[in-house]
Design a protein around this ligand. Structure first.
Ligand code: ADP
Length: 268
């Protein structure tokens, strides 16, 4: 089913949590500001929206701490799985709460109850209630979460993987990925000063960019950019997207209404 003028927007874990400090903390003020920008854009432009957010430390730190990236087989894994699910749900309840406070008809959908994966890849996704919510002009909110897995018992479903699936399923008009840097650069802009933003990544320059990274001087640079490109290609599965800095005040509003925002266009 295609939903008319559907936008899908991601708020990265780096935007809504203290990911950089690796703390189990929600950046509530940032979420509230972004909620107000979304509300304003929706009122002015009238589009349908699915919001997806990352997990930040609520996901990643638990997954590393309990070593649950390769399957749930021991009691300690099970303990970690339960904690991760609970923490991700907590983060989502804060995000949904802030959206509601801003007047958005947000509804949280726990991917753990809707998605089944096989070796970390989505194989089932029950979207009936999401579709119903969209039909009622609500804003479904999904998030990176641990979900049941046919081989691994449970595995991580990233926000980006959910976005690719939902964008295809509902024929999204625009996919916007809000993170804490203004696009993809020639090297990680957080640890390098001499970097350039890549305005467009498409089939024409993807291989060349990967190669260029291979020639880069430090291992760090190589991993940052290479890893990022390969991950995006795998997770977006051919869905066009625009990456921008959601920490810049006003950028979420501008991206939603179609005003110019600095960022990287991806068409892979
Ligand atoms: P999110 O939590 O928003 O999904 P990620 O942590 O997956 O974000 O990615 C954002 C981070 O990627 C940035 O904070 C940046 O430090 C890092 N990064 C690594 N390499 C690059 C690059 N070449 N261009 C842009 N960001 C990069």
């Amino acid at each position: 089913m295609k939903v008319a003028s559907l936008y899908i927007m991601k708020l990265g874990g780096s935007v809504i949590t203290a990911k950089e400090e690796n703390e189990f903390k929600v950046k509530e003020e940032t979420v509230a500001r972004i909620a107000a920008e979304i509300k304003k854009a929706m009122d002015e432009k009238g589009f349908s929206l699915i919001l997806v957010h990352g997990a930040g430390p609520f996901g990643h730190t638990n997954v590393i701490e309990y070593d649950i990236n390769d399957g749930i087989f021991t009691d300690r894994h099970k303990e970690g799985l339960e904690k991760t699910i609970k923490d991700c749900n907590f983060l989502d309840s804060v995000v949904v709460g802030k959206m509601k406070e801003a007047g958005i008809g947000a509804i949280g959908f726990d991917p753990n109850k809707l998605v089944v994966q096989e070796e970390g890849k989505i194989v089932e996704f029950d979207t009936v209630e999401i579709e119903r919510a969209l039909g009622q002009d609500k804003v479904p909110v999904l998030y990176g979460q641990m979900v049941p897995d046919r081989k691994l018992n449970a595995s991580v479903m990233s926000g980006d993987a959910a976005i690719a699936f939902l964008a295809k399923k509902f024929g999204a008009e625009r996919v916007l990925l809000g993170t804490d840097v203004a696009g993809i650069y020639t090297a990680d802009p957080k640890s390098n000063s001499d970097v350039e933003r890549i305005e467009l990544i498409d089939k024409g320059n993807f291989d060349e960019l990967l190669e260029k990274v291979g020639e880069a001087s430090t291992v760090d640079v190589t991993q940052g950019m290479r890893g990022k490109l390969l991950k995006l290609k795998e997770q977006l599965q051919g869905i066009d997207a625009f990456i921008f800095d959601a920490n810049q005040e006003g950028s979420v509003y501008k991206a939603l209404v179609g005003e110019k925002v600095e960022g990287t266009e991806i068409r892979l």
